[in-house]
Design a protein around this ligand. Structure first.
Ligand SMILES: NC(=O)c1ccc[n+]([C@@H]2O[C@H](COP(=O)([O-])OP(=O)(O)OC[C@H]3O[C@@H](n4cnc5c(N)ncnc54)[C@H](O)[C@@H]3O)[C@@H](O)[C@H]2O)c1
Ligand SMILES: N[C@@H](CCO)C(=O)O
Ligand code: NA
Length: 431
């Protein structure tokens, strides 16, 4: 009889409870897939008295003792950086494999965790950390390991996607829609990590690191959230056949001297309703990947929730357990390219600018002159007359983000500009 693979579960909340349920549900099927029984050695929780539903002989409040016992794999579903970081580093250094969904930890400390795993020959898997159930990190790390990824662009935060989709369909403002999302349980009581883009930025750091074989941390990712999106932004987008999405965008950028860098950013964009990502509604996630040989790929599904996220955790656990049974480790990640991160100001972007201007001779020329002064080329201009005012909508070609930013600031200062109605970056359409 093959020795069982012993697993320590840390945390039994939304995701941990679903992982436990699935593990306890059909151990025979799991053993057949792994090639050995998968045995839960213990479940560490903060308050054992709060978990009468769990087999009591497995429950402990002493996570460190459980990690230090003779377990083979640690499944961490507590979240946050401390004390988890120290626990996982020590486990990896002792050769115990780690499966986690902890994007906060991975987006800051992937480097030291991966080194510890490499030194001892343990596995470090974290498919659940980005886009929940969607198989995305394994395709980036393994299936596309022989290709050159040029771009990864996606909706990786369900809460903000739910809010933006609802604003688009109801015409309601941001604050009102956030309240509704909280009431329905889509937004957490403290929605900061989601609405200010921290969650999406952590995920962008992980995606950029794996896609470009480099180390990108959350601090390297330019981040803007959705709190500044108004119903006028949504109306402006809708009147042009576009919608507003919060995207995580990771790109390989070629510099003038031929060297390469990485751009990693999270911000709201206007995109055509015809784009595949524009049709992703509610709390769903979708990620669009471009690679030189593969071309365009699209990944879509549930990015959060107990059971969907548990699916990704279980997939990683089965892989780590199979590797243990085979006596080796799975494919490692590589960071050899060590590409630098390009600052946002130098990143090429496109802007949509919607203005209310005085309806008098020379106004268009004045506005156009500001774009020209900053070296920003205009792609389209549309003008619509109203009483004494004209509505002017300008979409630019690509220019460095800093040049676009200063253009918009200066335009807002012109006497003939009555109101800057909406300013947003444009993605997903031909130049
Ligand atoms: N919920 C999701 O949809 C989702 C999706 C993707 C990734 N994740 C990630 O999965 C992880 C877990 O998320 P969750 O939603 O299940 O969180 P949760 O808050 O529901 O569960 C965390 C659990 O850890 C326990 N815990 C806290 N400190 C502990 C300690 N010192 N020892 C033992 N247990 C402790 C808490 O009591 C709680 O039960 C996080 O890293 C999160 O980012 C969650
Ligand atoms: N808060 C995240 C959960 C998944 O990481 C979201 O809204 O998508
Ligand atoms: Na995933």
């Amino acid at each position: 009889m093959t020795e069982p693979v012993k697993v320590a579960l840390l945390g039994c909340g939304t995701v941990g409870s679903e992982v436990t349920r699935i593990l306890l549900d059909d151990p025979t099927e799991l053993a057949a897939r792994v090639g050995a029984p998968v045995e839960i050695a213990g479940i560490a929780v903060r308050r054992p008295d709060k978990h009468p539903e769990l087999p009591q002989h497995l429950v402990t409040s002493d996570a460190t003792a459980l990690i230090d016992s003779d377990v083979d794999i640690i499944v961490e579903l507590i979240g946050g950086i401390d004390p988890v970081r120290g626990w996982l580093l020590s486990a990896l250094r002792k050769g115990k494999s780690v499966v986690t969904g902890n994007k906060a930890l991975l987006s800051e400390h992937a480097s030291e965790l991966a080194e510890a795993a490499d030194e001892s020959g343990a596995d470090l898997y974290y498919e659940a950390a980005v886009a929940g159930a969607i198989p995305l990190l394994r395709p980036l790390r393994e299936s596309l390991a022989g290709d050159r990824i040029t771009r990864v662009m996606g909706i990786v935060n369900g809460t903000t996607n739910f809010i933006l989709s609802a604003m688009d369909s109801t015409g309601a403002g941001y604050a009102e829609t956030l309240d509704e999302a909280t009431r329905l349980g889509y937004a957490e009581a403290d929605p900061t990590a989601d609405v200010d883009g921290y969650d999406a930025a952590s995920k962008a750091a992980i995606l950029a690191s794996l896609s470009f074989h480099s180390r990108v941390t959350a601090a390297d990712v330019h981040r803007e959230g959705i709190a500044g999106i108004s119903s006028s932004d949504i109306t402006a987008a809708r009147s042009l056949g576009r919608t507003v999405k919060l995207l995580s965008i990771c790109e390989r950028v070629t510099e003038a001297d031929g060297s390469e860098s990485v751009s990693a950013r999270v911000h709201p964009v206007m995109m055509p309703k015809s784009h595949q990502l524009a049709g992703v509604g509610g709390a769903f996630n979708a990620v669009y990947v471009e690679a030189e040989a593969a071309g365009q790929l699209m990944f879509y599904g549930q990015g959060a929730g107990g059971a969907p996220t548990a699916s990704a955790v279980l997939g990683d656990l089965v892989s780590a357990a199979r590797n243990k049974v085979a006596g080796g480790r799975g494919p490692r990640e590589s960071a050899h390219a060590a590409l630098p991160v390009r600052p946002m100001g130098q990143t090429p972007t496109r802007y949509h600018v919607s203005l209310d201007v005085a309806d008098e001779p020379g106004v268009l020329a004045q506005v156009a002159q500001v774009f020209a002064t900053h070296g920003v080329s205009i792609s389209t201009v549309r003008q619509r007359d109203r009483r004494n005012t004209a509505s002017l909508v300008v979409v630019t070609h690509q220019a460095p983000d800093a040049a676009l930013r200063s253009t918009v600031d200066e335009i807002g200062e012109l006497d003939v500009v009555r109101e800057v109605v909406s300013v947003m970056r444009v993605e997903g359409e031909a130049e």
